[in-house]
Design a protein around this ligand. Structure first.
Ligand code: GLN
Length: 455
């Protein structure tokens, strides 16, 4: 099989299913085929191949790709062609994978269903009436539909893990700092992480291996060693100590989700692990703290979209101030505006101490909850989301019910630790369920070990 065959297969599948799934915002076909021809010339003629040699990959549309349209799902960037590649994209090139196209997402990664995209609503390949989750809905759906072998997503409060769970694929949010954010269009910089979405845990480990590591272009990227994740995939979890937070199986979590986690724990026990119920007492404040902090950071990060430096400019204005206003009014969707207003309010003088500072203090308490548990346990296990995927249109009218969907993924971003979602059976509606496995800082290896043994 040649690289050209692989790339052909990917575009063929896209032409078959894309009118239904609608995962892609842009295709990179000409470039990809040219790259495939170059790699095919190498086949059999070189001693070493890149880690992902010839493999078709999709990239979430908030990761900048040189010369390839990058919109972050927003109309305000509808005409934006970046002049450089994100560090992860450079690393994919070094690994010799092939970028097939850019994947749909909720606008600026704000959302849990892909319905906040400024362009289209991606569907769940398991049942087209259901959402794929979000914000990396296009990334999860494209892998589940077989359009690409794997994809990159980003996760600020669950946006890799929740769509992975809803689409029955594997998604990892790495430790904060493990993967460079250089070239990731920022939503909430202290929470954002890029990570892999794949069919299997093994594929996931390969992709993380390729994109991990210190980057001088990202000041939050620490110079820590990247271990060999693949060597952790032994199948051996004898003696593994698992903590199961009671808050993760309590109120708001559906009975079928609870049962699927208990069944998964039985499987892990059968493999030689032990588990105890524990408590993360501050997790009930995580949602409120997250929406305050992330919206505050977003209000600052999104100030740069003013019609001058990037993207679209409104031509319905007669003065500079009016141009800013018109551009932002026309370019941003409702959810983005809601968050900018919330964040601007929370950061305004006189309110800062009451809201932003309080939320930061809560964040520290949540982080300490995790540290306390990890003093005596190797991993934490629970569900990824409180239910299976919901139907398109079911939650759009009420942003708060949409936010509540993130209660199980958000604390992990606040603490900065790594977590994976792996498929864990199906709900009564026939939609996939996800099991979430959370690890210590920079201990993706044990997360993968556990996920691989379970899978
Ligand atoms: N659904 C959450 C939000 O809307 C998480 C988004 C994300 O992780 N990017 O903020």
């Amino acid at each position: 099989i040649s690289v050209t065959d692989l790339v052909d297969a990917s575009y063929k599948r896209i032409s078959e299913v894309e009118d239904k799934v609608q995962a892609f915002l842009a295709l990179n076909e000409e470039q990809a085929r040219q790259q495939a021809r170059l790699l095919d010339e190498k086949l059999g003629n070189v001693d070493e191949y890149g880690l992902l040699f010839g493999l078709p990959i999709g990239v979430k549309d908030n990761i900048v790709t040189k010369g390839l349209r990058t919109t972050a799902g927003s109309k305000i960037l509808a005409n934006f062609d970046p002049i450089y590649d994100a560090t992860v994209v450079q690393k994919l090139q070094q690994a010799e994978s092939i970028t097939i196209g850019k994947l749909n997402m909720d606008e600026f990664a704000m959302g849990s269903s892909n319905e906040n995209s400024g362009f289209q609503a991606t569907r769940n390949p398991w049942n087209l009436e259901y959402v794929p989750g979000g914000s990396s809905g296009g990334s999860a759906a494209s892998v589940a539909a077989g359009e690409v072998l794997f994809s990159l997503g980003s996760d600020t409060g669950g946006s890799i893990r929740q769509p992975a769970a809803y689409c029955g694929v594997v998604g990892l949010k790495p430790t904060y700092g493990r993967v460079s954010r250089y070239g990731l269009i920022a939503f909430a910089s202290s929470l954002d992480q890029i990570g892999p979405i794949t069919r299997s845990v093994e594929d996931n480990a390969y992709l993380l291996q390729a994109i991990s590591g210190w980057d001088r272009m990202d000041s939050t990227s620490p110079n820590v060693e990247v271990p060999d994740y693949l060597s952790a995939l032994t199948g051996d979890i004898q003696g593994l100590r698992i903590a199961v937070p009671k808050e993760y199986l309590g109120e708001g979590v559906s009975e079928e989700v609870r049962q699927s986690v208990l069944a998964a724990l039985k499987v892990l026990e059968g493999l030689g692990a032990t588990w105890d119920e524990v408590s993360l007492p501050h997790s009930k404040y995580a949602l409120a703290a997250y929406y305050l902090l992330s919206s505050s950071e977003a209000s600052a990060n999104l100030a740069r979209f003013d019609g001058v430096r990037y993207g679209v400019r409104s031509d319905n204005a007669s003065s500079l101030i009016e141009m800013y206003k018109q551009t932002r009014s026309e370019g941003f969707g409702d959810e983005v505006k809601r968050r900018i207003m919330l964040g601007t309010f929370a950061l305004s003088s006189g309110y800062y101490d009451a809201y932003y500072k309080k939320a930061q203090q809560v964040r520290t308490l949540i982080k300490q909850d995790f540290e306390n548990i990890f003093a005596s346990y190797d991993v934490i296990v629970g569900p990824t989301a409180p239910t299976t995927a919901f139907k398109l249109g079911e939650k759009v009218a009420d942003p708060l019910t949409m936010y509540v969907n993130d209660i199980l993924t958000i604390p992990i971003n606040l603490a900065g630790v790594p977590a994976i979602s792996v498929p864990c059976g199906f709900g009564a509606n026939g939609m996939p369920l996800g099991l979430q496995i959370i690890g210590k800082h920079f201990d993706e290896a044990n997360v993968y070990r556990t996920a691989h043994a379970f899978e």
